[in-house]
Write a protein that binds this ligand. Sequence first.
Ligand SMILES: Nc1ncnc2c1ncn2[C@@H]1O[C@H](COP(=O)(O)OP(=O)(O)OP(=O)(O)O)[C@@H](O)[C@H]1O
Ligand SMILES: [Mg+2]
Length: 235
Amino acid sequence: MVQSNAMTQPETVLELEDVCFSYTNCQPVLSIPDWQVRAGQQLFLHGPSGCGKTTLLNLLTGMLTPSHGSIRLLNETLTSLSGSQRDRFRAHHIGVVFQQFNLISYLSVADNIRLAAHFGKRRSKNIDQDTASLLEQLQMPTRLLKQRADNLSVGQQQRVAIARALINHPEILVVDEPTSALDEAAGEAFMKLLLSLSRANNSTLLFVSHDHRLAADFDEMVSLPELNRANSHAV
Ligand SMILES: Nc1ncnc2c1ncn2[C@@H]1O[C@H](COP(=O)(O)OP(=O)(O)OP(=O)(O)O)[C@@H](O)[C@H]1O
Ligand SMILES: [Mg+2]
């Protein structure tokens, strides 16, 4: 668990060492010699389409495993865990907002969020109350709780995806390019909300986008092509 202590340096929540990944036997997509992220940081990770942002997030959340190298998250070596251990670790510690949201289309809004709470092993008896409160903060009418996920607008799906990612108060929140479907004003409002909710939750935020205009309020900007030796010719 991440402990915050104002008297000490923030601890490292994420550490990559000598990580290499390729989808095929040919050209590696990612090669990252060394990278750390400190607890509580709000980090904006950017790079052009196809440079490996989603691939990196899939490695950090244990959905993919690197060809070699180690990934440590919250003092756990993800790369030493089995697939099911990584799934459990993700459900307990990481909130993920996927680029395509990945809501379960035939379930209601409430059930999509309840399911994440179930896998996250939330002890709280107040999941429905917490869900309603999150939706209110996300300016979603609570009447939508019973609506099927596939009957929502894209903007509404996005909000449900965020509520689902935050319901377990994850130490790490990973968000993949979620504003591309929104107009500029809605995108800005979304960013403000996301930053304030992740701050209030004390989550470390890793936010991925190709859109530099969204970077203004983050603690740090990281360019993936600069971090990634596999693409060094493209920097
Ligand atoms: N399942 C896959 N099998 C083979 N190659 C893949 C697969 N997924 C992605 N790639 C390739 O890996 C590279 C990185 O893809 P990735 O999806 O990580 O990029 P991205 O930076 O997230 O792009 P975008 O901004 O368009 O979402 C691309 O060249 C892509 O074609
Ligand atoms: Mg992507």
